[in-house]
Design a protein around this ligand. Structure first.
Ligand SMILES: Nc1ncnc2c1ncn2[C@@H]1O[C@H](COP(=O)(O)OP(=O)(O)OP(=O)(O)O)[C@@H](O)[C@H]1O
Ligand SMILES: [Mg+2]
Length: 219
């Protein structure tokens, strides 16, 4: 089996004073190459918690996380930062674009963390924006674009380096039905045509229906 991330027996709880809230219990899953996996479940069921562990932004209480056959050590903060940078793309509910930058500059900015020449960075950014259907809007700023278009820019930013896996937390929550649907289709297209791997936390029925596999949390 060609897995990118394997989680084995993951436990996660939060403790508030004396009250322990067990969010993930003995959770195991294989996230395979070219996955389109939806994390579903009601509010508070642990979708974001699981996504944050997958993204190594939070650590499990116990269990094993294997990325490309290597066990992750959550103590090594610098190494985690490098792993995230090299392997992961992120899409957020609130787009997180920089208002003063154009679409092209928003996509190009994170590429400055890598050793690309300037020309190369702009070519990559332009290609990513073309893939999400925004070729004619590369010079627009976020406020000149619709919510759906802004989320496309955010997707272009996430995919510009063709990361190994892309994590999206409620990517359609701030969009109307039509734009939400378009965004789901875009991610599905990128999964099928570009071979990109997605893990998407969502309680949106439309998103859940498109999942190649659905992890139902909170049951
Ligand atoms: N940093 C934290 N500290 C304490 N409790 C937390 C923390 N993060 C999450 N929780 C709790 O863990 C549970 C799961 O939260 P989580 O955000 O993962 O749910 P979710 O499925 O993403 O919900 P939503 O659909 O509302 O986004 C909730 O009860 C939440 O209150
Ligand atoms: Mg959440």
């Amino acid at each position: 089996m060609d897995s990118i991330i394997k989680l084995n027996n993951i436990e996660k709880s939060y403790t508030n004073g004396k009250v322990k809230n067990q969010v993930l219990t003995d959770f195991s899953w294989n996230f395979e190459r070219n996955c389109f996996t939806v994390l579903a479940g009601p509010s508070g069921s642990g979708k974001s918690s699981l996504l944050n562990i997958l993204a190594t932004l939070d650590r499990p209480d116990s269990g094993i996380y294997i990325l490309d056959g290597q066990i992750i050590n959550f103590e090594k903060k610098k190494e985690l930062t490098r792993l995230r940078k090299e392997n992961f793309g992120f899409i957020f509910q609130s787009f997180n674009l920089i208002p003063v930058l154009s679409a092209l500059e928003n996509v190009e900015l994170p590429l400055t963390l890598f050793k690309y020449r300037e020309k190369e960075r702009y070519t990559m950014a332009e290609e990513a924006l073309t893939l999400v259907g925004l070729r004619d809007k590369i010079n627009k700023r976020p406020y000149e674009m619709s919510g759906g278009e802004q989320q496309r820019v955010a997707i272009a930013r996430a995919i510009a380096r063709h990361p190994k896996i892309i994590f999206a937390d409620e990517p359609t929550a701030n969009l109307d039905r039509k734009n939400a649907w378009n965004i789901v289709h875009l991610m599905k297209d990128l999964n099928e045509k570009e071979g990109l791997s997605f893990v998407i936390a969502s309680h949106d029925e439309k998103v859940i229906q498109t999942g190649k596999e659905v992890i139902q949390l909170g049951e």
